[in-house]
Design a protein around this ligand. Structure first.
Ligand SMILES: [Zn+2]
Length: 248
């Protein structure tokens, strides 16, 4: 589905738009006109990534023009399909410097796949394929997609190595926030080894200082205007020494 002249949503499951695999995160295509980039390819169970490719084509876009795949963090609902996407699309893969070594070897403990399976959140027979990472990103790095520029922000808290991106140069300013924050200032708390309240609060305060129009999250609904209000709500909850409400 075309959201704006710069952005399409081409995947998302039960916690999203129900347009691809049930466990897929929201999957986005950035369209600069001259070049496409894929943001998180989803979980990739069975033939679910084919559905995402079909959605891209249905939007009138050629998957062969995707040059970059950006992975926001290493949870399986975001990167399970990364290896398949990398092979089929021949893309350059981007991830945080902290997530890259985990993704390269598919470290299932680091990505908390073992506890997610034990909680019946992911199927028992799912395994995470290893995916090469070409470019390791740090705070402040700029990723160019044609004339669009994505500025990298380290935003740990939901998990270590989580990145958010502020995209400028299009018809508005976007926060590609992945699992940092959702509508109404909700966040995703999980009982996993690298979900950290203090880091989450610092990440939210950091993004509170950045101006943007659209909140483009990793799950649930998108706010094409007024997106900043959701970061502000989460930051306000942290400032009261509390924690924002949980999406789960
Ligand atoms: Zn996540």
């Amino acid at each position: 589905m075309k959201l704006t002249s710069d952005l399409h949503v081409v995947g998302g499951g039960y916690f999203g738009f129900g347009i691809s695999g049930r466990l897929d995160c929201n999957v986005y295509i950035i369209n600069s006109g001259s070049e496409l980039a894929l943001i998180d390819p989803g979980m990739g169970i069975g033939r679910d990534f084919d559905t995402i490719l079909d959605n891209i084509r249905d939007d009138g876009l050629d998957p062969g023009r995707i040059r970059k795949m950006i992975l926001t963090h290493y949870h399986c609902d975001h990167i399970g399909a990364a290896a398949e996407a990398q092979k089929r699309l021949d893309v350059e893969v981007y991830a945080s410097a902290l997530a890259a070594p985990v993704i390269r070897v598919a470290d299932e403990k680091a990505v908390a796949l073992d506890v997610a399976k034990a909680a019946n959140f992911y199927p028992e027979d799912f395994f995470l394929p290893a995916c090469p990472v070409d470019v390791e990103l740090d705070e402040g790095d700029i990723v160019k997609v044609g004339n669009l520029e994505l500025e990298t922000y380290d935003t740990p808290g939901h998990c270590d190595g989580h990145l958010s991106f502020v995209m400028r140069g299009g018809d508005r300013t976007y926060l590609l926030g992945s699992d940092l924050v959702f509508w109404g200032g909700k966040v995703v708390w999980q009982n996993i080894h690298d979900c950290r309240i203090d880091a989450y609060a610092q990440s939210m305060f950091k993004m509170e200082r950045v101006e943007f129009d659209a909140l483009i999250p990793g799950h649930l609904q998108i706010s094409l205007t007024g997106g900043k209000a959701h970061v502000d709500a989460a930051a306000a909850a942290f400032r009261q020494l509390g924690i924002p409400p949980n999406l789960l």
